[in-house]
Design a protein around this ligand. Sequence first.
Ligand code: FES
Ligand SMILES: [Fe+2]
Length: 391
Amino acid sequence: MRNLPDGKDILDPTLYAGTRRPREEATTLPHWVYTDHTWFEREMATMFRPAWHFAGLASSIPQPGDFRTLRLLDEPLLVVRGDDDQVRVFRNSCRHRGSLVVEEPSGNCRGLRCPYHSWTYSLEGVLKHAPGLDGHRREELAGLGRNLVQVPSGIREGLVFVHLGDPATAPTLDAYLGNYLSTVAVPHQTAQMVAVHEREYVLDSNWKLYVEVDMETLHTQHIHRGSIGEQPVTTPHAEGHWIGVHHASEHTPALHPGERHTGFPHTKGLTGAAEHGAHFSILLPGFFLVTAQDVMWWIHKIPDSATRTRVRVGYSFPGSTVDRPDFDDVYPRYAKRLDQVVEEDDWITEHQQQGLNASPPGCYVPEEHVVHRLDNWILDQVLGDRDAVHD
Ligand code: FES
Ligand SMILES: [Fe+2]
C-alpha cells in the first residue's frame, strides 16, 4: 500500500524530516517505507548492492573441496575451498546456459559438474571439460572467459564476506567493516567458532522491522518475558557500517534466566568488554550477530521484496566447546532458548507488518535510541545527496 501525500515524490526528503529530528522529538519512518516497491528498489541500489554481506563461517568448509551454497540478493552463490586452500565465492551459474551448477546446500567434491550437459569446472572455477565441443573450441571458450564467475570475497576472523555490487565502486571490505573487527570479532574470538546449526526461511515482513527489533531493549521484557527478561545495554563507538549494543553480564544471555549457571564455560582468550558481556551488533544493512562469552549466533536478514524477508539463522560455539563430551547434553538447552527467542521475534515482526498500512508516524522512546540511529542511517543511504538535513 502506498499512501503518500498527494503529488509527493517518495524520495522527497521533506517527507522524512520528522525522523531526522533529535530522538526525543522524532517520529518513526512513514509506513510506506516498509511496503513500497519503489522505496525497496532504492534500498537495494543504495544499501544492499554496495554492502559487504556475511556468507558463512570459514570453519564450515575446512577441507579442499568443501562447499556451501546460498542465495543472497536473489543470486545463487557457491562458496568453495580450492585445492590451494583458498576460499572463493562463485556465481552458482553454469557458463554454458546458466543452470545451477551445485544444488546441494553443502558437501565435498573433487570438481564442480553442471548436471545439465556436464560441463565441469575445477575447485578454482576453471572450465575443464565441455561435452559437445571439440578440444579446439573448448580452448577458445576458456580463452573467452568461460570459467565460473568469481565474486569479490574476503575472510576476516573466520567470517566470510561477499560483495555483489559493482566492484569498481565497492568500498574495500576493511573500510566497510571499520572497527567492527577490533570491537566485536577479535575480542569475541569469532575465528574459533564452529556452526552447529543453520536454517533458512522466509517471513512476511519488511527486513527493517527485524533489524529494528534487534536494536531495541524495550520489547525484551514483553515479547521475551520468559526467555530473556530485562536486558540493559550500552552503545559502543562504531566506525564503518555497523551499529551495536553491549549488555554487561557475567552470565550467558543464551539460556533461559533460570538456567544461566548451567551453560558451557566462557571462551578462552576473551578480552575487554567481550569478557564481561555480549555484543548485539548489525553489520549493515542486515547481518545481526550476537557474540557472547560462550556462544555466537546470527539472524541474517536478506530482503526478497518489500514485504518478504529471507532469514538465515546460525548457532555456533568455539571448537573446544563442540568437542566437549557433554556437548550433546548441554547444547539442547541453548537451542531451546535461542529457537524460542527467534520465534518470538519472527512473530512480532510479521504481526507489526500487518498493522503498518496507513498508520500515522509513531515515536521513539529512550530504549529505542539505536533504532532511531538505524533509521537515520537508512535515510542517509536511500536519500543520499537529496537530503542535506542531518541531526
Ligand atoms: S547449462 Fe551447464 S552444461 Fe549446459
Ligand atoms: Fe527480540
